[in-house]
Design a binder for this molecule. Structure first.
Ligand SMILES: Nc1nc2c(ncn2[C@@H]2O[C@H](COP(=O)(O)OP(=O)(O)OP(=O)(O)O)[C@@H](O)[C@H]2O)c(=O)[nH]1
Ligand SMILES: [Mg+2]
Length: 304
C-alpha cells in the first residue's frame, strides 16, 4: 500500500516580506537556485514583486520577493508599500523575514501589525543566522515568537545554506493541492530586458551611499543583434540609460575620468553574459531624470 501523502501534488504562492535589507531576495535566490532577484547591502534594492519558481516532484512553489516595507518618504516609497500589501493579500503563505543580526525593532512591530490581518498563514523566518552566535539566535527566536502569532518559526542562512530546504518543506505544507502552474524549468516571469537592467542597477549600487542608491534607475533602450557580416559576430549590443536624480549624482556615478562607470559596466557585463550565455557589448549612458522618485509621470515612464 502506498502512503497517500506521497501522491499529493501541491502548488501555490509564497511571498517574502520584511524591512529593507533583511535578506529576502537572497533567500528567494537560494530557494530557486538561480539569481532571479538582484541583491545588495543597500536598503530598498528590490523595487518590484519578482517571481521565482521552484519545481520539485511533489510541489511547485512560486516565491514572490517584494520590496522592503518601510516608512515611505517618496511617491516611489508609497507605491512600493502598496505593492507589498497587494502581494501579501494574494498568496497562500507569507514568509516574514527578521534578520538574526538585528534586534526586533519598531519597523518589525509595524509589519507584524500589518500582517495580523492577513488571510494567509505567516511563517516567521529568522534570516542570516550564520552572522551571529547560537545564543544570539536563541534570543532572537524568543523575541520573534513574542512578536505575533506565527504558523512556524524557521531560522535560516541563505549564504551558508542552513535550513533552506527545511524552510521549503514548511512553505510547501501550506500550499493547496493542485497541479504545477508553470512548465518545469521555468524559473521566473521577469522579462529578459528587465533582468538585464536590474543587473546593471546592482552593479551601480555597489559602493554608493546615502540617498544615491535610491536615485538610481536603469532602462534598456535597445538590444541589437549583430549583422551576420559583422566581424564581432555573436556579440549582442545592449544600450542602456542609467538615471540619477541630480546633476551632482551624475559625477559620482561616472567617477574620475569615467573610472567608476567603467567598473560598473564591466561588473554588469559579466553578470549579463552569465545570464544570457553569450558575449555582450554594453553601452551605458548616465542621464538625469530630475527628482523622478517624486514625479508620477517619470515614475510611470520608469515602470512603477
Ligand atoms: N551573513 C548573511 N548575510 C546575508 C544573508 N542573506 C542576505 N545577506 C546579506 O544581506 C544584504 C541584503 O540582502 P538582500 O537579499 O538584498 O535583502 P532584501 O531583504 O532583499 O533587501 P531589499 O530588497 O532592499 O528589501 C546583502 O548584503 C546580503 O549579502 C545570510 O544568510 N547571511
Ligand atoms: Mg530585495
Amino acid at each position: 500500500m502506498t502512503d497517500q501523502d506521497d501522491t499529493v501534488h501541491r502548488s501555490g504562492f509564497a511571498c517574502f516580506v520584511g524591512r529593507p535589507n533583511v535578506g529576502k531576495s537572497t533567500l528567494m535566490n537560494a530557494l530557486v537556485g538561480e539569481k532571479v532577484a538582484i541583491m545588495s547591502s543597500r536598503p530598498q534594492t528590490t523595487r518590484r514583486a519578482i517571481r521565482g519558481v521552484l519545481t520539485r516532484d511533489d510541489a511547485q512553489l512560486v516565491v514572490v520577493d517584494t520590496p522592503g516595507l518601510h516608512r515611505p518618504r517618496t511617491l516611489l516609497g508609497e507605491r512600493l508599500n502598496d505593492l507589498v500589501r497587494e502581494t501579501f493579500a494574494e498568496v497562500d503563505v507569507i514568509g516574514f523575514c527578521l534578520p538574526a543580526d538585528e534586534k526586533v525593532g519598531p519597523g518589525d512591530k509595524w509589519i507584524a501589525r500589518e500582517l495580523a490581518d492577513a488571510k494567509a498563514p505567516v511563517v516567521a523566518i529568522v534570516t542570516k543566522v550564520d552572522a551571529v552566535s547560537r545564543e544570539r539566535v536563541a534570543e532572537h527566536l524568543l523575541a520573534v515568537s513574542q512578536l505575533g502569532e506565527w504558523a512556524d518559526i524557521v531560522p535560516v542562512s541563505s549564504v551558508k545554506d542552513i535550513q533552506v530546504d527545511t524552510l521549503l518543506d514548511v512553505l510547501v505544507q501550506h500550499l493547496p493541492e493542485g497541479p504545477a502552474l508553470y512548465p518545469e524549468g521555468h524559473v521566473t516571469d521577469e522579462p529578459e530586458d528587465v533582468r538585464i537592467a536590474e543587473l546593471i542597477r546592482e552593479a551601480a549600487l555597489e559602493g554608493v551611499r546615502d540617498e544615491l542608491p535610491h536615485s538610481i534607475a536603469v532602462v534598456i533602450e535597445e538590444m541589437v543583434e549583430p549583422d551576420s557580416e559583422d566581424a564581432h559576430r555573436d556579440v549582442l549590443e545592449i544600450r542602456a540609460h542609467l538615471f540619477v536624480e541630480r546633476e551632482s549624482q551624475k559625477g559620482i556615478i561616472i567617477g574620475r575620468g569615467g573610472s567608476r562607470l567603467k567598473e560598473v559596466g564591466a561588473t554588469a557585463r559579466a553578470g549579463i553574459e552569465r545570464l544570457l550565455g553569450r558575449r555582450v557589448y554594453l553601452d551605458l549612458h548616465v542621464k538625469v531624470a530630475k527628482d523622478w522618485q517624486r514625479d508620477p509621470k517619470q515614475l510611470g515612464r520608469l515602470g512603477f
